[in-house]
Design a protein around this ligand. Structure first.
Ligand code: ATP
Length: 287
């Protein structure tokens, strides 16, 4: 049975925020588990490539603007993530936060640059290997809608474990441990439609963490919750990640969410605007 109570291995620096040039920040003394180099995403070029038969991974709705008018969604972003590190990704709407998250997680393939997980280039992996990596090394928490509506909580949590090779009994035993750990044992047989938003997000966090991923990617995980519930959900996410040693990359507009992280990066027009330890600088402020 999977151990869900092993100790933390966070790489927080604890240092006070200090002015830093963008892309210069690397967590002291820790080898990155995930690294992006010159990450660039041009959706129009990606679409043209896909039409020529060199499809990037992931589905991309058709871009409607002429290529020349489309700004780069990501523009030569460098980023390194250490094991156990917690990073908030902030920036104005349309600045490229979700695109960065999806590229780091291998959901989309950048049009230039590379993402390496433990040194291996995600784009160079066969699709099946990249899909396996997403199932076993990465966990995902979205704003909502990630739970399968027809499955009870215990099976929603167990499913990724079964996809990773566990038997039904082993997977549901582990899922039950997670429910107990989060004080949700009573929800085991309930389907998402019978849960509150906060309960659904707790189950989603248990599901993301149950495979003991190296990295949890969270895209606006509290976006559909009130502030108090959002804070509780973030607390649970960060504590659970600390317990398994998972790194967390969380996209958010909310400084209260970013405050849970040891480091904040800010994007602007697809470029890295600031990157450093501590909470996000105020809008327009330099770091
Ligand atoms: N599938 C797509 N096809 C074409 N353009 C896209 C696609 N997805 C995003 N974009 C564009 O890429 C840019 C960055 O979008 P992205 O969703 O990454 O920003 P964001 O910072 O996450 O925004 P928000 O905070 O509003 O969610 C935007 O200009 C957006 O219109």
């Amino acid at each position: 049975m999977t151990n869900v109570t092993n100790t933390a291995n966070l790489a927080h620096t604890g240092a006070a925020p200090a002015p830093r040039p963008a892309a210069a920040y690397h967590p002291a003394g820790a080898a990155p588990i995930l690294a992006a180099e010159g990450l660039t995403m041009d959706y129009a070029a990606g679409l043209a490539q896909a039409r020529r038969g060199h499809a990037p991974t992931g589905t991309m709705p058709a871009a409607t603007m002429p290529d020349a008018l489309q700004p780069l969604a990501l523009d030569h972003v460098d980023f390194q993530l250490a094991a156990g590190e917690t990073v908030a990704v902030m920036g104005p709407s349309g600045s490229g936060k979700s695109t960065l998250l999806h590229a780091l997680a291998g959901i989309i393939t950048p049009t230039a640059g590379a993402v390496r997980f433990r040194g291996a280039d995600l784009a160079a992996m066969p699709d099946a290997e990249r899909a396996k990596l997403r199932r076993t090394a990465f966990g995902f928490v979205f704003q909502s809608g990630q739970l399968l509506p027809e499955l009870p909580a215990v099976e929603n949590i167990a499913l990724p474990l079964m996809l990773a090779g566990a038997g039904y009994r082993q997977a549901t035993d582990t899922a039950t441990l997670w429910l107990e750990r989060f004080g949700l044992r009573a929800l085991a047989g309930q389907r998402p439609g019978e849960m509150s938003g906060g309960q659904m997000q707790r189950v989603a966090i248990a599901r993301a963490l149950a495979v003991q991923p190296a990295v949890v990617f969270a895209d606006e995980p509290t976006g559909a919750l009130d502030q108090t519930t959002g804070r509780e959900v973030m607390g649970i996410l960060m504590e659970a990640a600390r317990g398994t040693g998972a790194a967390v990359v969380v996209v958010t507009h909310d400084p209260n969410v970013a405050a849970f992280c040891g480091r904040t990066i800010r994007l602007r027009d697809g470029r890295l605007d600031s990157d450093g330890p501590g909470p996000a600088p105020t809008q327009g402020g330099a770091r």
